[in-house]
Structures are given as structure tokens and as C-alpha cells.
Design a protein around this ligand. Sequence first.
Ligand code: FAD
Ligand code: NAP
Length: 337
Amino acid sequence: MQILSNFSLKKYHTFGIDISAQYFTEVNTVATFKELQQNPIYKNNPLFILGGGSNLLFTKNYAGLVIKNNLKGMEVINKNEDYVWLKIAAGENWHSFVLWCVANNYGGVENLSLIPGCVGASPMQNIGAYGVEIKDVCDEVQAIDLQTGEERTFTNTDCQFGYRESVFKHIYKNKYLITAVVFKLNKKPVFNTSYGAIEQELKAMGVEPSIKAISDAVINIRSSKLPDPAKIGNAGSFFKNPEVSKQKHDELKQQFPNLVAYSLDNGNYKLAAGWLIEYCGFKGKRIGDAGVHVNQALVLVNYGTAKGEEIYKLSQQILDTVKDTFGVTLEREVNIY
Ligand code: FAD
Ligand code: NAP
């Protein structure tokens, strides 16, 4: 195992910002990770676990050890007539895992096609898209305590999944290396086409819903709408959609009749943050190389040489303007370091 010094992270995160790690290493097996835990550099420095780098904004060089998780392996560990249980190592690419499920006709993750990043990060923010979240299919999360080396299994309930939230984003942030996720997928799938865009795309494709058709539809929609990080630096949605009370929603709706909002089971409303930001005039705005995407106001972009602080500053301007205009506080979804 090699530990490199002053290592550029530019190619290791999707914002493409030119920052570096004081120390950097990659782990390919759990045994190598345990060996690494004995190393003085590991013991004496702050630690950062890196997956695909698609949900991160670095605002400065990282003063510590960045550990790139490359743990690989996908296996069926159990099945019955209705379900199949899959153990997927944390370093596997998320979309490759989804395509493997689609090819095997295992249902449950097809709506989550084409999300960048690794399987190990998926429980972190309970990744979600088109009406499905990993909390719907995650059976357990296997992890190692970064300090004690103790192995621990988190049940779905232990993960305390919420909207783009889990225990790993809060009390256990930077406390565990997630090594694998066990998914419980459906052999008799129930399709979720509740998001209008999927139904429209299936119609345009002229096909009936199936695991493969839904995955293809999601891939088509996402490819046509979302900026490709390989071409323009970004980390997906920069902000979460805020939840407000019915009373606040009704007040806003009266003042802003075009407001986009969705009612939730708890009686509150989810506001489309993209709409709020666009209303404030930020869509397509560019300050130097930091910008708001021209087609999707929720996505902040790096046109080339933006610094992390510049993207962060722009995000603060957006937060302040949305707060002044609507009295609603946006929350950043991207992890800031
Ligand atoms: P990273 O960015 O590498 O890490 C994110 C956080 O997780 C960091 O704090 C890191 O320390 C921690 N972490 C990573 N791996 C581990 C591990 N093994 N153990 C412990 N901690 C770990 N997200 C959605 O929810 N839905 C979407 O539809 C979606 N679409 C996106 C589209 C685009 C174009 C982009 C760029 C991003 C999108 N995202 C979306 C955000 C992102 O892809 C997901 O959050 C993804 O799960 C991040 O995975 P990653 O491996 O890149 O994590
Ligand atoms: P969209 O379909 O244009 O919808 C805009 C917003 O409205 C979304 O944020 C979505 O909320 C909400 N929405 C749409 N239809 C809904 C419905 N039937 N019920 C409840 N809420 C609904 O969004 P988009 O930007 O193209 O993204 C499509 C999907 O991919 C969304 O689920 C989005 O979350 C996900 N995505 C996430 C990221 C990320 O980085 N987190 C990046 C790109 C796309 P939700 O966001 O709560 O679903």
C-alpha cells in the first residue's frame, strides 16, 4: 500500500476543482484497510473517505489522509420466491450495480439509474430520484469504525434514513468506513412511475413499464436534462428541496401562484428549490467560472477554473436571496469541506 503526499484531487471529484490532499491512498480490500489503520499517518491525521467524489465541494486543500475506497464485489447472498438479497462492496460504481440488477431482472433500483458515485456513499444521503430512495431497498449497511477498527452492521432502522439524510451524514459523519451494502430487491417488482416524466418518456418510447424500460426511460431523461460532470464540473443538486408547513405553503402560493410544491404524507409541503432559485433570477448566472446551470437552477457548476470558495460564495448568495424573497431557508445537500 502506497501513501502519496500532496496529491491532486482534481480528477477524483466531479466539481473538478484544483485542490490537493496532504496524504492520499487507495484501499482495495478490507485486509489492506486494517493494515492501513496501523500506519502512523492514519493514526495521526484527520481521515476522509472518498467514493466517486460526486457529492462534494472542497473549499480548501485537505489537511489529512484521503482514503479512496476501491472495495469491489457483487454477490447474491440469499433468495426466496419473492426477494433476492445482494451484498455489494462499497467501491462498486452505483450505476454499474443498477445495470447488473436490471440485467438480472431484480426490481427496486431501476428509478435510481445513472446516479454517479459509489455504492458505499449511497446510504450517506439516502440517495433518491423519481420517487425511490435507497431506504426502500437497503437491508443493512456494513461498516468499520475508523478509530477502533470494530466491525458493525447497521439495520435499515439504525440508518435513520430521511429525505437525503441518514445517521452517516450526522452523528456518524467521518466515523465509519462503509464497506458493503446489502440490498433486498424484488423478484416480482412493483413499478414506480409516479413521477410524470417517467410516464411521458415510456409513452414516447412506446413501451410498457418493466425494470429495463424504466431504467432506460430514466437514463434518457437524465442524459437530456442533467449536466454531465465529465463535460462541466458539478455535484448534482446543490440544495435540498425545503419542507414547509401547510400554512407557509398556502401563504406563498397566494403571493406566488406559480410556486411548484408537492404535498407530503405528514401534511407539510415540499417546495421545488429549483423553482425558488430560478424565480430569484439565478438560473444561468455566472460569476467568473462559478455558475448556476443554464437548464437546472438547482445545480451549481464549475466552468473551468472556479475555486471551491467561489462556488460556496455563490451558494451563500442564493441562500440569502431565497431567504429574503420567500422566508424559506435552503439547506446545502452537497458535503462541504
Ligand atoms: P462522495 O462524493 O465520494 O462522498 C460523499 C460523502 O460520503 C462524503 O462525505 C464521503 O466522505 C462519504 N463517503 C463516501 N463513501 C463512503 C464510504 N464508503 N464510507 C463512509 N463514508 C463515505 N444524488 C441523489 O441522491 N440523487 C440523484 O439523482 C443524484 N443525481 C446526481 C447527478 C449528478 C450529475 C451528480 C454529479 C450528482 C448526483 N447526486 C445525486 C449526488 C451523488 O451522486 C450521490 O450523493 C452519490 O451517492 C455520491 O456518491 P460518491 O461515491 O460520489 O460519494
Ligand atoms: P424534476 O423531475 O424536474 O422535478 C423537480 C422537483 O420536483 C424534484 O426535485 C422533485 O423532488 C420534485 N417532484 C417532481 N415530480 C414529483 C412528484 N410526482 N412527487 C413529488 N415530488 C416531485 O427534477 P429533476 O431535477 O429533473 O430530477 C429528477 C429526479 O432526479 C428527482 O427525483 C431529483 O431528486 C433527482 N436528482 C437528484 C440530484 C441530486 O444531486 N440529489 C440530481 C439530479 C436529479 P425530489 O428531488 O424530492 O425527487
